[in-house]
Design a protein around this ligand. Structure first.
Ligand code: S3P
Length: 427
């Protein structure tokens, strides 16, 4: 348990948040499947991405880890070998779902598990389309939940309309499609993060988008490359919100990923009236830049529709932001929150209520009335890293101490979170 009592200490200074979680996972995966050496800089050494490295090592891939770099010695798809151990994804949905797409077409048997949060999260959303492609996956409750066993088989291409806007499902199908002969077409109901598509190109492959359709041909070889992982905007979001709501703050976040499929949090801050400046740098591959935020008065807004996939992981901290904005904020079209690391509609609403927020759950989101003073209380992350960090930011505006249970969950995506928070609040 962590006791947090930094009420109204302004945040000042610069921070470079750790590497993007989604991009870090994918860089190891593509590095393993490519021919030759891939060097990854600014890799996120959080628990989730370390699980991905561990799984690929168990699949026979040589991965070196130094202070500064991760070096993956890929030998192509054939370089993956039958694991003698169970592949444990820990808390990581991206690891397990994308691995299912990769392993479906490998000619060997593998078993995948995760922690108790993963055991509650739906895997049928990837098992169903992969099975349609010819995959043989068995699991608890007819393949809906872990543990899952994959008997590699030959795959065929698919035309698939995604029933949910999910980059994890899209990416699992793309990895399977790369092993199928012919053209796969995936139709997205809404644009979701496109890091997999971008990385296919960075590794020398070819993929095209026609409107909402993504078209990918199987059998393409990849070549190892150098990857720089931008800072994770989903981690930066906690200090963007802290900077916006704690009076007297000015926070500068450097080298933050600005992929347009991820920047919904910036749109929300702008619409709420935040004092925010974004300077994009000239970069190849993923977009990146510097964001400066200063505290200001904020107003409630409505958030829904196509914006949701662009900020899905930021909704817990946006809910906190809304408690400090004048008026009503509505978050809708966000049912997906129910199948994240926790049911994030319930965990956000219940934990913020303990601090005195005026917030209520709806079927597809939540409604928040501000501006309300928050007061210290004992709260819990429920083992969900983003709930833990949101509550730590709440402690910066709450009167009195916030006691945070299960704060260790934060190491999943931001192991140095408390150090960076201390650095920003120490000036
Ligand atoms: C991720 C996609 C999102 C996001 C998750 C990471 C990814 O999940 O919530 O944290 O790396 O592809 P869904 O695509 O299932 O919405």
């Amino acid at each position: 348990m962590k006791e947090l009592k930094l009420t109204n200490s302004p945040l000042n200074g610069r921070v470079e948040v750790p590497g993007d979680k989604s991009i870090s996972h994918r860089s190891v995966m593509f590095g393993a499947l490519a021919e030759g050496k891939t060097t990854i800089r600014h890799f996120l050494k959080g628990e989730d991405c370390l699980r991905t490295i561990d799984c690929f090592r168990k699949l026979g891939v040589d991965i070196e880890e130094t202070e500064e770099e991760i070096i993956v010695h890929g030998k192509g798809w054939g370089g993956l070998t039958e694991p003698s151990e169970i592949l444990d994804a820990g808390n990581s949905g991206t690891t397990i779902r994308l691995l299912l797409g990769i392993l479906s077409g490998r000619p060997f048997h593998s078993v995948l598990i995760g922690d108790e949060s993963i055991a509650r999260r739906p895997m049928d959303r990837v098992v169903v389309p992969l099975t349609e492609m010819g995959a043989k996956i068995n699991g608890r409750s007819n393949g809906r939940f872990t543990p899952l066993a994959v008997a590699g088989s030959s795959l065929r291409p698919i035309n698939y309309e995604l029933p949910v806007a999910s980059a994890q499902v899209k990416s699992a199908i793309l990895f399977a499609a790369l092993q199928a002969e012919g053209e796969t077409i995936i139709t997205e109901p809404q644009l979701t993060r496109d890091h997999t598509e971008k990385m296919i190109k960075q590794f020398g492959g070819d993929i095209t988008r026609r409107g909402n359709d993504i078209v990918l041909r199987g059998g393409q070889p990849f070549t190892g490359t150098d990857i720089y992982v931008p800072g994770d905007i989903s981690s930066a979001a906690f200090f963007l919100v802290a900077g916006a709501v704690v009076p007297g703050s000015e926070v500068i976040l450097e080298n933050v990923g600005l992929n347009p499929t991820r920047t919904g949090i910036i749109d929300v801050l702008v619409q709420m009236g935040a004092d925010i400046k974004v300077e994009e740098a000239n970069t190849a591959g993923e977009e990146m830049g510097t964001i400066t935020i200063r505290s200001s008065s904020l107003k409630g807004i409505e958030i829904g529709g196509d914006l949701i996939p662009k900020l899905i992981d930021e909704i817990p901290v946006i809910a906190l932001l809304a408690t400090q904005a004048e008026g009503k904020t509505v978050i809708k079209d966000a049912e997906e929150l129910k199948v994240k690391e926790t049911n994030r509609i319930d965990t956000v609403v219940n934990e913020l209520k303990k601090l005195g927020a005026d917030i209520k759950a709806t079927d597809d989101g939540m409604i928040i009335y501000g501006k309300s003073p928050l007061t210290g209380a004992r709260v819990s992350s429920h083992g969900d890293h983003r709930i833990g960090m949101m509550l730590a930011v709440a402690s910066l505006v709450a009167e009195g101490a916030v006691e945070l249970e299960n704060d260790e969950a934060i190491a999943v995506s931001y192991p140095s979170f408390f150090e960076d928070m201390a650095q920003l609040t120490s000036k």
